[in-house]
Ligand binder design. Structure first.
Ligand code: MOS
Length: 764
């Protein structure tokens, strides 16, 4: 099918990306709700499941090459310092050490993602890169780090964003500690007029903590030069981004860099960019002529590879007595770390509810700590916690049911663009979720609880993008034996990408899953796909795979028409056999056809079509939580979470539910456990291991029920799929906060809602 180039845009993390994309000239009709699908939507076990449970799957962490050396990075022990002098000689002469590099013996490489250089002599956080070392073994490299002699000039530091905003605070950048020197602002209507018309006004201040991604598989790379070509195995969410960043840093053509990622043990946004460690490893490999492996340790993970920025949010909502919201303002600041990273969190505030008068102002503030990075629904998790908390408080003041209050301010059009949604089933999510949790029977006030263990039910809503988009391609090869090979330059975050790609091809070509092989995560072998973040993967890749498979089917019918001498429209394709609609005896199998065509393999390339103009594309949902609060210990237990979402069509019921479970657990963790703690006197991170950085365990797991209220978005793509990764995580903490309020009648405005905060709130 011929292709053409068109303009399109999609939303990833916090930005609209405008692209030119090659799309099919003829679009395939989307699968409608009535479509009888054999494979899609079913709970199918992962095609890579056996690999994973048997331990035979090769993650980047597991890649080992002959003659491979091991690299380590010396990192700054202070929150803010300058290198006065550095002496590498002792380390270089240590037995087993192969090379040592630092600022003094490395060309100055401007870093792709921020204003630093690969080795900067101005160190702005504990964990900043000082030197790289490569040795025959990991242990030797680790030991030899101590032999690098550095004289530091310690500089004044600041690790609290509120302090950092003061005029006399230590300056992290010459331009000051406020990113871009000013806040991000947004305004529609006139909030003063709106508040004047309001009959009830609620004003509250919330805060959320810094969180560290702490993925199970640490950030790691293996690099290998073959002449002037570099192969990089990297634990990444974006193989093409890593390829380009590494190529630019090394000043070599992108075509000389091949990035491979087969499996990954978690990313959550921290692995959307290349790491300095990968480039350092590549330089060390070039110098030693050996493949080099570099893997960060847990402490480095907690210092240097990203975090969810903190937030302090002041919210104000004014409403009429009937519940109509008249005006809303949101003022916030948050710590972005030592380099630019958005700490804004007001998107849900601007878009979730109908309101003509809205103003937001957000400061991203530099502090002497590792730079923030996108973290599973950046901004939305912090923002939704605050927004959905104050929504319940406004409802309480209005003496209205919180759900009824939300429905009163329901909107069918996107409030920021005035465009209709391609689909929005939030109402159904509210209804189904409320039914499943038993909302109608929930206690109206905490007083109904007796004893010191109180139960409560709360809910929160979710909006996110997750519509996906082009440019995204998939190549499909049909072999003479009837088997299929799909190649796509996407990457599996552990969420089931291999499986849904195989399922889409299996659905269209009516073949068993065993006949379909999937290759992804290889920049040399696969056509381009968008990065895997922003819940983009399935909504971007699945339509491209379907397009490739439908094209293959057309090609086969066309070939069969030539062989059987029957017009194409009188032929039908059933399970790899093409036959005459009238005379079933006239038929040909795909393998026979491929043989007749004298080609060993037929190839098609499919594309994700452009997103429709004139619409907003979003995912929606609501989560309902039931909690138990011990008023003597302050401990909160989450008993049950019902997650009801509109995420378009479900490709695989099983892996979708897996993702929702993961999102909820991460939400429970944000709500009750995780927090990066810094010592304001030393500027050091105190939580650098999994003992002090608390995450939930199996005993903290609630009962989870997943309800999907959508059956395919008819306008966005031929599969109608929206993303689920981030939506599943966004509303959990807000639902828990509201359930706690319902249980004890006291509002906890700061996450994580730890026992001390609960007890203090109860006392006050
Ligand atoms: Mo992004 S925070 O990896 O979806």
């Amino acid at each position: 099918m011929p292709h053409k180039i068109v303009k399109s845009k999609y939303f990833v993390e916090e930005n609209f990306v405008e692209t030119l994309a090659e799309v099919p000239t003829e679009e395939i009709k989307p699968w409608g709700p009535e479509e009888k699908l054999e494979v899609i939507g079913k709970p199918i076990s992962r095609v890579d499941g056996h690999d994973k449970v048997s331990g035979s799957s090769v993650y980047t962490f597991d890649v080992n090459l002959p003659n491979m050396a091991h690299a380590k990075i010396l990192r700054c022990p202070f929150p803010h310092a300058r290198i006065k002098s550095i002496d590498l000689s002792k380390a270089k002469n240590h037995p087993g050490v192969l090379a040592v590099i630092a600022n003094e013996n490395t060309p100055k490489i401007g870093w792709y993602y921020d204003t630093s250089s690969l080795f900067d002599s101005h160190l702005r956080y504990e964990g900043d890169e000082v030197a790289g070392i490569v040795a025959k073994t990991e242990q030797i490299a680790q030991d030899a780090l101590k032999l690098i002699e550095v004289e530091y000039e310690e500089l004044p530091f600041v690790v609290d964003p509120e302090q950092a905003m003061k005029s006399d605070a230590p300056q992290i950048h010459e331009s000051g500690n406020i990113m871009r020197g000013k806040p991000d602002t947004y305004e529609r209507g006139n909030v003063e007029d709106g508040f004047n018309e309001a009959e009830v006004i609620v004003e509250e201040k919330f805060s959320t903590q810094v969180l560290v991604h702490n993925t199970a598989e640490v950030h790691c790379s293996v690099v290998n030069w073959d002449g002037d070509k570099l192969t990089v195995w990297d634990s990444t969410q974006a193989i093409f981004s890593v390829r380009d960043a590494v190529a630019r840093s090394l000043n070599i053509p992108a075509s000389h860099v091949r990035v491979i990622k087969k499996y990954m043990g978690g990313g959550f946004g921290s692995k959307l960019e290349a790491g300095k460690y990968t480039v350092i490893a590549a330089l060390l490999a070039r110098e030693t002529g050996r493949p080099v492996k570099i893997k960060l340790d847990r402490k480095e993970m907690n210092l240097a590879v990203g975090n969810r920025p903190s937030s302090v949010q002041s919210l104000k909502i004014g409403a009429k007595k009937d519940g109509t919201i008249m005006a809303m303002t949101h003022d916030s600041f948050g710590a972005s770390g030592a380099y630019p990273s958005g700490a804004g969190c007001s998107w849900p505030f601007r878009t979730l509810y109908q309101c003509s008068n809205v103003r937001t102002e957000e400061y991203s503030v530099f502090i002497n700590a590792g730079r923030g990075r996108p973290f599973r629904a950046p901004g939305h998790v912090q923002g939704t916690f605050a927004l959905e908390s104050i929504m319940d408080d406004v409802a309480a003041k209005l003496n209205m049911d919180p759900l009824e209050f939300r429905l009163k301010n329901y909107t069918e059009i996107d409030q920021t663009s005035n465009l209709p949604y391609t689909s929005k089933r939030l109402r159904e999510a509210y209804e189904n979720g409320a039914e499943a949790i038993g909302w109608a029977n929930r206690r109206k006030a905490a007083t109904a609880n007796s004893g010191h263990v109180k139960r409560g039910i709360g809910m929160a809503s979710q909006i996110w993008w997750g519509g996906g988009g082009p440019p995204t391609y998939a190549t499909l090869k049909l072999n003479r034996d009837g088997s299929v090979h799909v190649l796509a330059g996407t990457q599996d975050l552990g969420t089931g990408t291999y499986t849904f790609i195989a399922m889409v091809a299996a659905e269209v070509l009516e073949l068993p899953l065993e006949k379909i092989k999937v290759t992804i995560g290889d920049t040399d072998a696969c056509p381009y796909c968008v990065l895997s973040g922003g819940s983009l993967t399935a909504p971007s890749v699945s339509p491209a795979v379907r397009d490739a498979a439908e094209q293959m089917k057309s090609k086969l019918i066309s070939g069969a028409s030539a062989v059987l001498e029957i017009p194409e429209n009188q032929l039908k394709y059933v399970k790899g056999i093409i036959s005459s609609k009238q005379d079933g005896s006239k038929q040909i199998s795909t393998s026979e056809l491929v043989r007749k065509m004298r080609e060993q393999v037929l190839v098609t390339t499919g594309a994700r079509a452009a997103n429709p103009e004139g619409y907003a594309i979003n995912t929606f949902g609501a989560q309902f939580a039931e909690v138990e609060v011990n008023t003597e210990t302050g401990k909160v237990r989450v008993l049950k979470v019902v997650a009801a979402h509109d995420i378009g069509r479900v490709l695989n019921r099983k892996t979708m539910e897996n993702q929702v479970h993961g999102g909820i657990m991460q939400g429970v963790s944000f709500a009750l456990f995780e927090e990066r703690v810094m010592d304001e006197y030393t500027g050091k991170v105190l939580t650098t291991n999994m003992q002090t950085y608390k995450i939930p365990t199996i005993t903290d797991t609630p009962k989870i029920e997943v309800i999907i209220v959508s059956d395919g978005d008819p306008l966005i793509s031929n599969t109608g799929v929206k993303g689920v990764g981030e939506p599943a995580h966004i509303p959990t903490a807000g639902a828990i906060a509201n359930a706690i309020y319902n249980a004890i009648g006291v509002r906890i405005k700061s996450s994580p809602m730890t026992p001390d905060k609960v007890l203090m709130a109860l006392k006050a």
